[in-house]
Ligand binder design. Structure first.
Ligand code: KG4
Ligand code: ZN
Length: 346
């Protein structure tokens, strides 16, 4: 029987409902329910539908992870407090608070992007601090210097669309389904990535910020000028332009900080072309490259339970938990109060 902490993680910030259990020995169980089918007809996430579905799915998912791990003895609860859709976040926060009160265990609201950022620590070969993290999701494109848990310095960010958003909007222009990222990536596989010379945004300027709206416009013009036969080449060339931009900025960030490791997390981290290009660059430049496993690139509760475990000393009685933040800069975070549990890094 496990005598140490067992943290229940709850994720409900957008269109995935998820629960997980994390203990000193690592991840005990995790489960995700994706709402993709629910939102598909609308071409994007409908916040009210998302909240209602989180209400339906969360408790059964929590039951499922407890059954998987064959334990109901949780010692703390971590839920995603933000950033995300407020209604969706409030579902997770309310369930966390209610369970915390009824079970008499403390609760902590954690930062969704910190979850993504530290998710490669769930893998066998965990990254060593300090490292540079590239966070690429539907809502964020961030380059962060990570000197330890809660020690984050923002190096660069998107000035307009997040990279996942650029994938989703470009997919829409190409008439692809929702969510656009995976659909565009699938179409791009059959395309010629050198056919269109799309702009590599912000590469000529110094600095580590990104901008993707110009690239989206270039794609729109190419679609208008071309035929349906050209779509695979357009998709591949778009993916290539994004990949080249992200790889170049990561190299710049590694150089500027002197870090020897790069962590890539968030939904776009699942993109095969990006993963291959970064792996090639890592071999060439000699930096260590870390991705979470495919299932933990997109939203999940394993990363939330993990942050809860790292920050277990900050947990408070359940009543304080019903709290959500639509926006929440990562740099507001501080190191854990005390490291009651030590990170899985060697
Ligand atoms: O991290 P995530 O699951 O949710 C947010 O916190 O935003 O990221 C979702 C984003 C979406 O924009 C989706 O289209 C994109 O990640 N995405 C991809 C791929 N898989 C998911 N983009 C490109 N290639 C993929 N294979
Ligand atoms: Zn996410």
């Amino acid at each position: 029987m496990n005598q140490g902490p067992i943290i229940l993680g709850i994720e409900s910030s957008c269109d995935e409902t998820a629960a997980a259990l994390y203990a000193d020995c690592g991840l005990l169980a995790h489960a995700v329910h994706s709402q993709i089918a629910l939102h598909a007809d609308y071409g994007g996430v409908v916040p009210e539908l998302a909240s209602r579905d989180h209400i339906r799915k969360l408790i059964p998912l929590i039951d499922a992870v407890m059954a998987q791990a064959r334990t109901r003895q949780i010692t703390g609860i971590a839920y995603t407090r933000g950033p995300g859709l407020v209604g969706a976040l409030l579902v997770g926060g309310t369930v966390a608070a209610g369970l915390g009160m009824s079970l008499g265990v403390p609760v902590l609201g954690v930062h969704h992007m910190e979850g993504h950022l530290l998710s490669p620590m769930l893998e066998d070969t965990a990254p060593q601090f300090p490292f540079v993290a590239l966070l690429v999701s539907g809502g964020h494109t961030l380059l962060v210097e990570v000197r330890g848990v809660g020690r984050y310095r923002l190096l660069g960010q998107s000035l307009d669309d997040a990279v996942g958003e650029a994938f989703d909007k470009t997919a829409k222009i190409l008439g692809l389904g929702y969510p656009g990222g995976p659909a565009l990536a699938a179409l791009a596989q059959a395309g010629d990535s050198s056919r269109y010379d799309f702009p590599r945004p912000m590469l000529k300027k110094p600095g580590l910020d990104f901008s993707f709206s110009g690239l989206k416009t270039a794609v729109m013009l190419a679609v208008k000028a071309g035929h349906a036969d050209d779509h695979a080449d357009i998709a591949a060339s778009f993916e290539q332009a994004v990949t080249a931009t992200l790889v170049a900025k990561c190299r710049r960030a590694l150089k500027a900080t002197g870090c020897r490791g790069l962590v890539v997390a968030g939904g776009v981290g699942a993109n095969k072309r990006l993963r291959a290009a970064l792996a090639e660059q890592a071999r060439h430049d000699g930096f260590a490259l870390h991705f979470p496993r495919h299932a933990f690139c997109t939203d999940n509760a394993a990363m939330i339970a993990h942050v809860g475990w790292l920050r277990a000393a900050e947990m408070r009685p359940g009543i304080a938990a019903v709290d959500a933040r639509a926006r929440w800069p990562l740099t507001e975070l501080a190191p854990p109060l005390t490291t009651s549990a030590s990170p899985t890094t060697a």
